[in-house]
Every structure is written in C-alpha cells, then in structure tokens.
Design a protein around this ligand. Sequence first.
Ligand SMILES: Cc1cc2nc3c(=O)[nH]c(=O)nc-3n(C[C@H](O)[C@H](O)[C@H](O)COP(=O)(O)OP(=O)(O)OC[C@H]3O[C@@H](n4cnc5c(N)ncnc54)[C@H](O)[C@@H]3O)c2cc1C
Length: 417
Amino acid sequence: MAEETGQLQDSAESTTVVVIGAGPAGMAVATLLRHSGIDCVVLERRSRDHVAQRQRAGIVETRAVRMFDSWGLTDRVLGGVPYDGILEFRVDGRSRLVSDSDGSDGPPARLCPQQVLVQKLTTTYLEDGGDLRFEAADVSLHDLTGDRPTVRYRTADGTPRTITCDFVAGCDGDRGVSRTTVPDGALTTYAFDHGIGWLTVLADAPPPAHPLLAVSREGFAAHFPRGPRSSRYYLQCPPDDDPDAWPDTRVWDALRTRLGDPGLVSGPITDREIFRLRSLVHDPMRYGRLFLVGDAAHIVSPMGGKGMNLALYDADLFARAVRDSVQGDDTALHTYSARCLRRVWNDQEFSHWLTRTLHDAGDAEPFLRNLARARLDRLFTSPAAASAFAELMTGLDPTGDAMAREVPGNLSALGGD
Ligand SMILES: Cc1cc2nc3c(=O)[nH]c(=O)nc-3n(C[C@H](O)[C@H](O)[C@H](O)COP(=O)(O)OP(=O)(O)OC[C@H]3O[C@@H](n4cnc5c(N)ncnc54)[C@H](O)[C@@H]3O)c2cc1C
C-alpha cells in the first residue's frame, strides 16, 4: 500500500522540461528556462561539490558572453575577468601575438574557468527558485516519442521517483544515459581520432601574460590561465602514454624546453591526466521529445576552446525554442538540430585546422611541417588571415547563424526526424 501511494505521488510529479546533467550545458539550459518562467527539474548523478569542482575550460568566448548579455544575465552568471583577446604563439621560442578582438564596443570574452561558470549558473538557478536534485541514480528515459515522456530515477536514499514532462534536455555529456537511450540507427555518428595524446596538468603556478600556444621540434605545448595563481598546461605525447611516466621534474623540464622559457616558474601539480584528441558528432541532436545539448551531442578536440562554448550555444537555442513552443510556436524546436549542427561543424573544422597546424608544425614529417609553418606564417603576416582567425576564436563568425536562416523549417511531427 505504501509503495502504491509512493507510485501515485511519483506519477503526480510533472514539469515542462527535465534536464539530465548539471554541467555547463544543463545549468545553462535550466537557468535560461527558469529566467523565462518555465518550469524544469535538473537531475544530476554526482554531488554538488563534485560538479562544482570539475575543472576544464577556461574562456567563455565573446559570442557566449554576448548571449548571456542578451538575456540580461552576464553579471549574475559570469565570474572571472574580461579577456583582452590576445593569444601568444611561440614558434621555436619566438613569440608572436595575435589579437582576437572584434574591434566593437560589445563585451569581450571572459577568463572564466568552467567550474566558476557552473557554480554561478547553479547559484542563479537556485536563487530564482529552480529545482535541482543531486545524486540522482539510475536515471532512465521513457516514451520519448510520445506526447509526455517520463523520466525515472532514484534519490540518494534509494527512493524511486517518476517525472512526466513535455521535453527532456539530454545534457549529460558523452557518457550519459540520454544518447544511449536513443535506439540504434536513429542517429548517425561521425567520429575522428586525431592520433594525438595530450598530457594535461593543473598546477598552482603563475598564469601566463596571455594564453600561450607553443610549437617546437619536441612537440606542442600550451600554458593557459585558470585563476590568479593557477595554470593549466598541455604537452603533446603518444595517445597511449602513461601519466606515471611523467613525474614532476619531467613535466617542468618538457614545458621549459617546448615553451622556450628556461625560467618558467613551477608549482605544486594538483591534477594530471592523459587523453586522446578526438572529435565526435551525433546527428540529429534530437529524438522525439529528447533534445541533446552540449557534449551529449558532440565532442570537439580542445584546440580552439570550443567544447564548452558550443554547449552554451546549444543551450541558448534550446531554451529559446522551448519558450516559443510554450507560446504555441514549435518552429524553433523543429530547426534546433540543424541550426546547432551548422555551428558544430563550423567549430569542428576550426578546431581540426588549428590542431593539425600546431602539431604538424612541430614534429611531423618535413612536407607536412612546412605546410603547417606556411599556415602560421600567413596568420602572422596577412591581416585578412588574422581577421578570419579572430572571427572564429570569438565565435562571432556568421557561418553557423547566417546559414541557419537558410534552414528550411523542418516541420515534421515532434515524434520523428
Ligand atoms: C581537459 C579538457 C579541457 C577542455 N578545455 C576546454 C576549453 O578550453 N574550452 C572549451 O570551450 N571547452 C573545453 N573542454 C570541453 C568542455 O569541458 C566540455 O565541452 C563541457 O564540459 C561540456 O559541457 P556539458 O555540460 O555538455 O557536459 P559535462 O561537462 O560532461 O557535464 C555533464 C553532466 O552530466 C552528469 N551526468 C552524466 N551522466 C548522468 C546521468 N546518467 N544522470 C544524471 N547526470 C549525469 C555529469 O555528472 C555532469 O555533471 C575541455 C575538456 C577537457 C576534457
């Protein structure tokens, strides 16, 4: 009887959108929906502390800052400091500064670490009365092609819960449950392995004057700010290398050599990991009433800093589409996937170009190395090339958005794409 009552209470829970995952994508979707007065429930598998400490990206690009500005949320959701748009390339120890300022008076990019963005979005959402449930276990999605999907999960104490909704936002990253719920064959997956590994190291060490990308015969290296006394470093390595093969002394020696900076100040290393550079796109980013947002739909290799920024782009389009739908217009829901994918492929291309250029310019075979160095030469000497680069770095390039206007309204029923 108690269980029966529990089930009745569960099935009584209802909302407009269930958001799976409380990373940048999920918290951006939830904050924008809440800001629009639309009900949603966020289910996150991990604890609040765990999510709030996950350190990855470091720059919210200009386009994303202006997106938050258009919602009137910049001051509440963005921490960090404005970024002057200057990127340093160091080729065999020789420094070249490239600016990605767009020359307008609009707000610039922000040096805002990912965990700070997630913490601030979470605080804003909760202050606005949002419903966020951490440690939600065994999340499962049902009836995605029906009129009212259902999401089931267990609370931290094991109590089963059920929520019905109009839409599910799958914001649970590459290894989440949302995309894996979609039946085989409904999505096409495009995957690419760059054959490159990066040792990534987080350290309590002084940040560089500007984000720094370095090329040398010893391989690629990078040094990025992650706070007033914190830096993230990258070192190219074989994709199957072992982090234990990189003790502190080897890390700092390699960084000093590849960055061409014998005086580089070291500090305690707080995190060290090796990952493969890979790219992934799932098409379409929707199945019935499930909409994939952020890494659940696409992985971009970190070069160019696009992954988190694409998640914010998707979140913005999805929130606006739900807002329209609540007011009776489903057009933007129908074009959501096509519009997002245009920008995804645009950013994949930029990231792939930059990845190849900076790695081939280092230790690749001579023909490829000379091609890559010619590309860098063009970037450093041609104002047109520098301008195109700046457009892509800021995210202000019109490609994704301008082409999006050409997408014919795909007015198929919500049940299928
Ligand atoms: C080392 C590294 C460096 C990077 N650097 C940059 C950079 O400089 N610039 C940039 O723009 N991007 C960068 N990225 C990419 C960026 O971190 C991701 O694109 C971003 O985290 C995507 O956000 P998301 O919310 O889509 O996914 P995630 O951040 O993966 O969040 C998904 C959330 O869903 C939760 N979840 C998963 N499964 C479930 C489930 N079954 N039920 C409930 N919740 C679930 C997870 O716990 C998590 O909180 C980097 C990535 C890495 C790995």
